[in-house]
Design a protein around this ligand. Structure first.
Ligand SMILES: Cc1cc2nc3c(=O)[nH]c(=O)nc-3n(C[C@H](O)[C@H](O)[C@H](O)COP(=O)(O)O)c2cc1C
Length: 440
């Protein structure tokens, strides 16, 4: 199987090795075409964002205004703070020049002059590795003013590394821009979207690290080639970060549409002790979990997973065996979102805390059956009622874990206390995966 973003080439992080494997030739090829041609090829390739929402990359680039007096920017999102997600750091470590080359092509296509690569603050090692690659690229004339001479083009751009300070919320694109501007990492209300009103009020494109690392191969080998890999509606490969109860946790680059069971058993070596699987989260901790008996035939791509009432997210596959305490898992996941809520929106700020309190009660064996409904009610009142999708990220694991393991949760509740009727005013306005659609 051909690998696109993490090819098996020794020392590819070194600029000379990258060059000798055809590195930076895609940028040259791109600069010989018009920016619109490049956007058109990325659109036709079907490349979709790898940062969670799987939005068309080419379409996003096309939203950048063509005529404006304002400077344009590109932000590369390497905040990677979702529990279960650890793929972008592989690119910083093993293939940083392909990311840099992808940035050159993206800035040319969108006519941006400056790129900020926003890297998770805790990624000290990967920040250093990427900075080293970037300084080699500058020295060799691939970035900055020297590009004009190197590529024989009028176009040049600069790339800066911006370190995060350890906040999950700063991975959300508008909070990321506020963070770069030196402000508190609060998400902004959208619209206006970044292409109209981004960094310092100027047109801005924001893409994930893995998304942009795909770009040089698409330009070199053609959009037709890319569009035929994996699933037609979500083509290419994905970096699946597999963690939890598997024998070989790690990052596996596989075509979209690979069976979830193949990822777990064929690539990640199956479950230690050959235990049964109780639960799998397919795309990072914020995505709706699947039951162990629901895994047969599940294909890993954005469209297929929708049919199973979940989503591809960042491709972080978290496997839990039959001995896992799901109540504890859910309490731990919720603690993360409670801690990371920026506090701007009341439903998220208060709701994550309430969910955590209920779940802690459940963990201690002090909850009643009534608490299961109360928990879901709080989750429903967060979803769809916040400025950014951290609300959904906190609500989905709770409501879908309970929906799919209802008996499990009810059996764990020891007390048969009857409390006054809970608030059942469920906000279902933006429910992404209607429970009726779930194949139970
Ligand atoms: C709370 C929150 C955290 C996010 N964290 C990340 C992140 O760490 N990396 C990322 O690429 N996208 C993250 N996203 C998604 C970004 O807002 C944005 O959609 C993405 O960077 C766009 O890139 P793409 O189109 O290439 O996927 C996050 C979204 C939310 C709501």
């Amino acid at each position: 199987m051909e690998k696109i973003v993490l090819p098996d080439i020794k020392d590819l992080h070194q600029i000379k090795v990258y060059e000798s494997n055809g590195g930076y030739s895609a940028a040259k090829k791109a600069f010989d075409q018009s920016p619109d041609d490049i956007i058109d090829q990325i659109k036709k390739s079907g490349l979709r964002g790898r940062g969670g929402a799987a939005f068309s990359a080419g379409l996003k680039w096309s939203f950048m205004p063509k005529t404006t007096d304002k400077p344009k920017y590109l932000c590369i999102n390497g905040d990677e703070s979702e529990p279960g997600s650890f793929k972008d750091r592989q690119i910083f470590e093993f293939n940083p020049h392909q990311l840099i080359e992808g940035i050159l092509i993206t800035t040319y296509a969108t006519q941006a002059k400056i790129t900020y690569v926003y890297i998770r603050g805790e990624y000290h090692k990967w920040i250093k590795l990427f900075e080293k690659a970037l300084s080699d690229a500058y020295e060799n004339g691939y970035v900055g003013e020297k590009m004009k001479e190197k590529f024989g083009t009028g176009f040049y751009c600069d790339i800066f590394v911006h370190k995060g300070a350890g906040a999950y919320i700063c991975g959300e694109e508008s909070a990321l821009m506020n963070s770069i501007e030196g402000k508190r990492g609060y998400p902004r209300v959208k619209p206006p979207f970044p292409a109209q009103n981004g960094l310092w009020g100027c047109p801005t494109t924001i893409n994930n690290v893995e998304t942009i690392t795909n770009v040089p191969s698409i330009i070199n080998k053609g959009w037709e080639w890319f569009s035929k890999i994996g699933e037609p509606k979500h083509p290419g490969t994905l970096l699946f970060g597999v963690s939890g109860h598997v024998n070989k946790p790690g990052v596996y680059e596989l075509p979209t549409g690979t069976l979830l069971t193949d990822i777990i058993y064929k690539y990640a070596g199956g479950v230690p002790g050959d235990k049964k699987i109780l639960c799998v989260i397919p795309g990072g901790s914020s995505m709706p979990p699947l039951r162990g008996d629901q895994l047969e035939g599940v294909k890993m791509d954005a469209e297929s997973l929708k049919a199973y009432g979940t989503a591809i997210g960042t491709g972080g596959v978290i496997v839990m065996d039959e001995d896992t305490d799901l109540v504890k898992v859910l309490a731990r996941i919720t603690k993360f979102y409670y801690h990371e809520s920026c506090g701007q929106c009341t439903p998220c700020r208060e709701g994550t805390g309430w969910m955590l309190k209920i779940l802690n009660r459940m963990v201690k064996g002090e909850a009643s059956v009534h608490d299961v409904d109360l928990l879901v009610s709080v989750a429903n009142n967060i979803e769809g009622n916040t400025i950014c999708a951290l609300g959904e990220a906190a609500a989905w694991p709770v409501k879908y874990m309970v929906a799919r393991f209802r008996d499990y949760f009810e059996q764990r509740m020891s007390k048969e206390v009857v409390l006054p009727v809970a608030n059942k005013v469920h906000s279902m306005r933006r429910t992404a995966f209607p429970l009726a659609d779930i194949k139970e």
